[in-house]
Design a protein around this ligand. Structure first.
Ligand code: IPM
Ligand code: MN
Length: 376
């Protein structure tokens, strides 16, 4: 039987279309080898589209909603005032589709240079789960006496028991299928009210998952432990803003934003989940063929794992890891490969069924389908 899925593809701006183009070439290769097909709808949105039409998320919401999953490139351009696309599109999508868990694997792949001296792949294999709909990201706040020396700005952070519970429960279930360790990252000594609620939820849910060991690390201490003793972490769960910050640190540890990837998961199947590299639109290098498409291709692997196409997802992850490991040597010998050449190399390995799956010993891909069901 051939499974069939409908995908919304949203390339966006800057390097988005280039890296998503590579991911789609890899998807073609996977469809030729495994028994599934996708019907893809390309959605035009982002900075250029906004400048031309004034349209943001609201105008594509219904179209996106009708799909099984969304593959997202990147969005943003200096010509659009900061905040418009972030709030009007990206955060709006996370909210309206209740993509409550932002899942960001932090793994050092073999052969990928890391700025952390002596770090080895065995020591760096974790998943950061960031709450994706609440906290400071709700955008509530007020300004009084703006533009005067007496200006006052207040910015609120929203924390609901229900919102925390669903993401912490997800993180526990993820940990259960891995090394069974869950670390809460917060700042409970200063953000006492929110911190207490997060700690309470973790303590309460810990009784439901007695096999999982729990631990707590303040976010500032996390910035120290994450690069220097990453082996301490299996699954980290944290609030929206702390998660935003520490996952960029995670990306640096694993060799840069080009390789880091993420899933924005809707946990109840009522709306599609969205998959994207964590880099931005990088307008300064757009169109030059310099962008690393690995993050986008790895996000395709997460998407296929989520849809239940585990074998194809694993092959894509393994092929990407293999090519990532070859890049430093190739860069030395041939001045480096272009975006399209990296994509084509990964696609060829997938098409030939030549991926070495031993390169991805512990993978979260198989867990995704059961942890966050696709559309009900
Ligand atoms: C991310 C990005 C977004 C965020 C921006 C683009 C709104 O930095 O996905 O981490 O702050 O969440
Ligand atoms: Mn970020």
């Amino acid at each position: 039987m051939t499974n069939r899925y409908s995908l919304a593809v949203l390339p966006g701006d800057g390097i988005g279309p280039e890296v998503v183009g590579c991911a789609l070439e890899v998807l073609d290769a996977a469809e030729a080898r495994y028994s599934f097909t996708t019907a893809r709808t390309e959605i035009t949105a982002g900075a250029q589209h906004y400048l031309a039409t004034g349209e943001l998320f609201a105008e594509v919401e219904d179209t996106l909603r009708g799909h099984d999953a969304i593959l997202f490139g990147s969005m943003g351009d200096p010509a659009v005032k900061p905040g418009i696309l972030e709030r009007g599109f990206i955060l709006e999508m996370r909210q309206r589709f209740q993509q409550a868990a932002n899942v960001r694997p932090v793994r050092l792949y073999p052969g990928v240079p890391t700025p952390i001296a002596d770090l080895t792949p065995e020591r760096c294999e974790m998943v950061i789960v960031r709450e994706n709909t609440e906290g400071a990201y709700v955008g509530q706040g007020s300004t009084v006496h703006a533009g005067t020396p007496n200006a006052v700005a207040m910015q609120e952070s929203l924390n609901t028991r229900a919102g925390i519970e669903r993401v912490v429960d997800f993180a526990f279930r993820l940990a259960l299928g891995r090394r069974k360790k869950l670390t809460l990252c917060h700042k409970t000594n200063i953000l006492v009210a929110a911190g207490q609620l997060w700690q309470e939820v973790v303590a309460d849910l810990a009784t439901k998952y007695p096999e999982v060991e729990t631990d707590y690390v303040h976010v500032d201490a996390m910035c120290f432990h994450l690069p220097l003793s990453p082996e301490r972490f299996d699954v980290i769960v944290t609030d929206n803003l702390f998660g935003d910050i520490i996952t960029d640190l995670g990306a640096v540890i694993q060799g840069g934003l080009g390789v880091a990837t993420s899933a924005n998961l809707n946990l109840d199947g009522t709306a599609p989940s969205m998959f994207e590299a964590i880099h931005g639109s990088a307008p300064d290098i757009a169109g030059k063929g310099w962008a690393n498409p690995s993050g986008a291709i790895l996000s395709l692997a997460l998407l296929l794992g989520h849809l239940g196409e585990g074998p194809a997802a694993r092959a894509i992850e393994a092929a990407t890891v293999q090519v990532l490991g070859e890049l430093p040597a190739l860069a030395g010998a041939e001045m480096g490969l272009s975006t399209a050449e990296v994509g084509a190399r990964i696609a060829a390995i997938v098409r030939e069924g030549a991926a070495n799956e031993a390169l991805v010993p512990e993978s979260l891909l198989g867990q995704l389908a059961e942890l966050a069901p696709s559309r009900v």
